[in-house]
Design a protein around this ligand. Structure first.
Ligand code: PMP
Length: 352
């Protein structure tokens, strides 16, 4: 008999459909980086030695990140996507059987990893309007080793106030991980609080606003004393030479990112207004690059399938509390317009 943990055998694979003409299901950026940027990076890549391991602390990238975030360089840790840093934060804080608190509905990877590590999962439901229940989170934080909060939250797009984060971080024995994957679309960060609350970790990614989901790079902002501990729970050399070069290049072109973010925010408004105008659809106001919407009296499964038949892929959920909802990523203007037009036709047909 092959030795595999029962928890692994029972766990459904972490799978997301990848193919569609109009792909609005993974909160990626609809804009690839410009050709001249790619050329410049590939030329640099030709000049470096591929036979050597990458630097553990790439000075140029850390300096560029310190400039971008205004965070002390000693408090920055890079990872192979922020996913790796989510795992590192769990490995660094929890022993088997310890409690982890997450928000429900929230990002599926936190409970997924907690299950593999055989941790006790505490799920705190968002309120009916999808705001965070701080009282319940506080009570659970007191019983947990680590608490994961995404702001803006995936899949709802709702956010936490800085005072609420400070309030939660006052539970000193619990590590509070604030996942700011969608920070650029929201514009607010709790990063400064890390110096006052060393039990607070901030996670960021290059997969969303920077349009680098395929390159795999994330980073963590923490108190320098804590950063140097978390780094020990990461795989050595997990960030290759290529993502280091790509990220450094883009950080030196901040106006490109600002322009992309501006376009996505403006398209978010277009998409929100368009959804609001379709009878039977209620979009939830979002500060991220996606919008969750409620299908009043309609089956989300059916709408998902009809959209897919038209080549449009959005995200559906298995959580029972999200069963009449879908999430759509903000795409390019033409993609958003096609999505709205097709959705309008589908809903019109179903209501006829
Ligand atoms: N955190 C949240 C809240 C996310 O929604 C995602 C991506 N869906 C990630 C982290 C993963 O980011 P990365 O690509 O950097 O691993």
């Amino acid at each position: 008999m092959i030795n595999l943990k029962k928890v692994i055998i029972k766990l459904p694979p972490y799978e997301v459909p990848q193919e569609a003409l109009i792909k609005l299901n993974q909160n990626e950026s609809p804009y690839d980086i410009p050709e001249e940027c790619k050329k410049e990076i590939l030329e640099q890549m030709e000049r470096v030695s591929w036979n050597r391991y990458p630097p553990e602390d790439p000075t140029d990238l850390i300096k560029a990140l310190a400039d971008y975030t205004q965070h002390p360089p000693e408090g920055i840790v890079i990872g192979n996507g922020s996913n790796e840093l989510i795992l590192a934060s769990m490995l660094a804080t929890c022993n088997k059987g310890d409690s982890v608190t997450v928000v429900r509905p929230g990002f599926a990877l936190y409970p997924y990893l907690a299950k593999i590590l055989q941790l006790k999962l505490r799920e705190v439901r968002l309120r009916k309007d999808f705001s965070f229940n701080i009282g319940r989170l506080l009570r659970n934080a007191h019983q947990s080793k680590v608490l994961y909060l995404a702001t803006p939250n995936n899949p709802t797009g709702t956010t936490l106030e800085l005072e609420q984060i400070a309030n939660l971080a006052s539970v000193r024995q619990c590590m509070i991980v604030v996942d700011e994957a969608y920070y650029e679309f929201h514009g607010q960060t709790a990063q400064r609080l890390t110096l006052k609350y060393p039990n607070l970790l901030i996670l960021r990614t290059f997969s969303k606003a920077f349009g680098l989901a395929g390159i795999r790079l994330g980073y963590l902002l923490a108190h320098p004393d804590v950063a140097k501990q978390i780094v020990k729970a990461k795989l050595p050399f997990s960030v290759g030479t290529f993502p280091i070069l790509v990220a450094s290049c883009l950080l030196h072109r901040k106006n490109l990112i600002d322009e992309t973010v501006r376009m996505i925010i403006s398209e978010r408004t277009f998409l929100f207004e368009g959804l609001k105008n379709i009878p039977g659809i209620k979009p939830i106001p979002s500060r991220a690059n996606f919008i969750l919407f409620v299908l009043q009296g309609l089956s989300a499964d059916m709408v998902f399938r009809r959209l897919y038949e038209k080549g449009i892929l959005v995200r559906k959920f298995s959580h029972p509390e999200l069963k009449n909802m879908l999430r759509v990523t903000v795409g390019r203007h033409d993609e958003n317009s096609t999505f709205l037009a097709e959705l309008g036709k589908i809903i019109g047909g179903l209501n006829a």
